[in-house]
Design a protein around this ligand. Sequence first.
Ligand code: PEP
Ligand code: MG
Length: 325
Amino acid sequence: AQERYSAILDEPAQAKCGAVVKLDMNAGLMADLPSLVSSGAEGVGLFRTELQFLVRNQMPKRSELSALYARVLDAAGGKRVVFRTLDIGSDKVLPYMKPNDEPNPALGWRAIRVGLDKPGVMRMQLQALIRAANGRPLTVMFPFVAQFEEFRAARREVDKAIAREEKLGHVLPSKIEVGAMLETPSLAFAPEKFFEEVKFLSVGGNDLKQFFFAADRENERVRKRYDTLNVSFLTFLEGIVERCARTNTDLSFCGEDAGRPVEALCFAAIGFRSLSMRPASIGPVKSLLRRCNLEDVREVINAARERGEMSVRADVMEYVKAQHQ
Ligand code: PEP
Ligand code: MG
């Protein structure tokens, strides 16, 4: 199937209206890195660092992590890699960490909540990342930030780690960008100052959709009830795009939906200019974007909204089919 897209491998994801969308890939294991070239991705928009912790039966050492992150950056050959700090808890339980008996793990002690309450592992990870960068640019993203203060506290940990490394005489990253995942509705309503302070935001649509509709992402029965192209959800995402545009905050979308061509088309139509997805999705998404006019798609979305449709899917599908003829 990849061959079908080889002709556009080095072409930009440029729509008929001229808008260009940056397509990155999601990764988490060393084995994913070769796809960076074969998929035509511009970089790694989401590197899920917890996978390295999940495939072991004991906590990795800092030196091991640092060597691994360095190999990831080497393999990326100068392309940007967004390292997401440990996102554990909920569905991702480390075999060597005492499991928490929580009635609602998805709403529980997870991701940055663990990182801030027990900062040892986060500090070790930040140190490993700084050492791995070894003078190269470094991009760090914190998962599951629900309020401004959590981002501030995490950002302070980065600053402290930098200061510590400098004191120890290590080479510092040439630049360091710190961002957050937007995967709780609360963060979309954070103070303007948050948007100004965060370097970039990446919508974690898998979690964001689960919390927006109050429908467990692991529970097929309720998950399937709510279309990602539901007008309410798209309107909510549009609000995030507008806030980011106003505050000059880089914005991307890295949930699984970014890899579904029709969904990706709609995200681009409402203003997303950066999407991160599994490598195999880059070709199909790019191919569709290149055949469509985002301004026209936006009109289709607006018309469906005005008619009071629940989802824009049928109308957008109709538009897409017409582009194939
Ligand atoms: C998400 O929530 O959309 C996301 C990208 O993170 P994960 O799927 O790892 O929770
Ligand atoms: Mg998530």
